[in-house]
Design a protein around this ligand. Structure first.
Ligand code: NAP
Length: 298
């Protein structure tokens, strides 16, 4: 495994991190508990110490699974979870108010069985709560010792600037892949300039860039591959088919090409790989064994 530093510190996190949305099961066609526990354990054995979570993933299930896996080996992992995506009366919304953060943080720590969260990230922007109020709340929990570093996810440039003015924001989490490069315009250059570590998701295109699909797959409407990564969108799917064709010419496993292209971009600290099984963990961790130099037309 290769490691990067949390900006401004000497703390090392793996350059390929474990993504756990799939372990929540509900948006990914279900999961098997034994398979999920084995995947997390394998990630730790592969030196993938960065584990990305959110209470939203399986309504707490991903955090519960990881909590069970890290018992007795807490010091081997860097726990990054999130706040802000809330379920209420069967609906999903965003809330980053101080009261809501306090409740979510308490539940995450209990599910994970840890006193301290290493990186606590605002999952999505909340239009109703001023970002300064949210950052004040996070600073409070940082001073109280419940969280170590503050991060944000899916923030646009203006909001990110406001958040950085209010608190020491260490990381930004964004979607970034060979077929989704919009962050290159403004966000990546800003993060490089301000020394904010970029964590990427969807870097295998939700699985599309692994090359495992021979034809356009169909998923339930609630499945992440339908509603979030939009596999059903013809343009998106055809883009991925064209990209996979080019990737194949490199003669390397496609999942690793996809991860390594993102890993090689300036400013990227950790590339998340969503892993359902122990085998996927091994295949994705192996991306760190080699580097890719492949320049695409912009
Ligand atoms: N901040 C946010 O808003 C946000 C949004 C999305 C994701 N995330 C985070 O980022 C992580 C990574 O993103 P993601 O999981 O959504 O997408 P991803 O990493 O691009 O794709 C994950 C999917 O790729 C497939 N896959 C993984 N390894 C493979 C391999 N070696 N060979 C073939 N297929 C492979 C699996 O598909 P199958 O399920 O079909 O096996 C897996 O579910 C998430 O788990 C989550 O932690 C954050």
């Amino acid at each position: 495994m290769k490691y990067s530093c949390i900006p401004g510190t000497e703390e090392k996190v793996s350059s390929i991190g474990l993504g756990t949305w799939v372990l929540g099961g509900e948006n990914w066609g279900g999961t098997r508990e034994d398979e999920s526990l084995a995947a997390v354990d394998q990630a730790i054995r592969q030196g993938m110490n960065f584990i990305d979570l959110a209470p939203f993933y399986g309504d707490g299930l991903a955090e519960t699974i990881v909590g069970r896996s890290i018992r007795g080996q807490r010091e081997k992992v860097f726990i990054a979870t999130k706040c802000g995506v809330i379920r209420s009366n069967g609906r999903i919304g965003v809330c980053l108010s101080p009261g809501s953060i306090a409740k979510e943080l308490d539940l995450s720590r209990k599910r994970l069985g840890v006193d301290v969260i290493d990186l606590y990230q605002c999952h999505w922007p909340d239009k109703a709560t001023p970002v300064e109020k949210t950052m004040d709340a996070l600073l409070h929990w940082q001073k109280a010792g419940a969280i170590r570093h503050i991060g944000v996810s899916n923030f646009g440039l203006d909001l990110l600037k406001k958040a950085c003015a209010a608190a020491p924001v260490k990381t930004l989490q964004v979607q970034y892949s060979l077929i989704e490069r919009s962050v290159e315009k403004e966000l990546l250059p800003f993060c490089v300039e301000k020394n904010i570590g970029v964590i990427t998701y969807g870097s295998m295109g939700g699985g599309l860039l692994s090359g495992k699909y021979q034809a356009k797959p169909q998923f339930e409407k609630s499945d992440a591959r339908h509603m979030f990564y939009k596999f059903h969108d013809d343009t998106k799917y055809n883009d991925s088919v064209r990209m996979v064709k080019g990737m194949k010419k490199l003669g390397r496993p496609l999942n690793q090409v996809a991860l390594n292209w993102v890993r090689g971009q300036k400013g990227v600290m950790t590339v998340l790989a969503g892993c359902r099984t122990s085998l996927q963990v091994i295949e994705n961790a192996a991306a760190a064994d080699w580097d890719l130099e492949w320049t695409l037309n912009s």
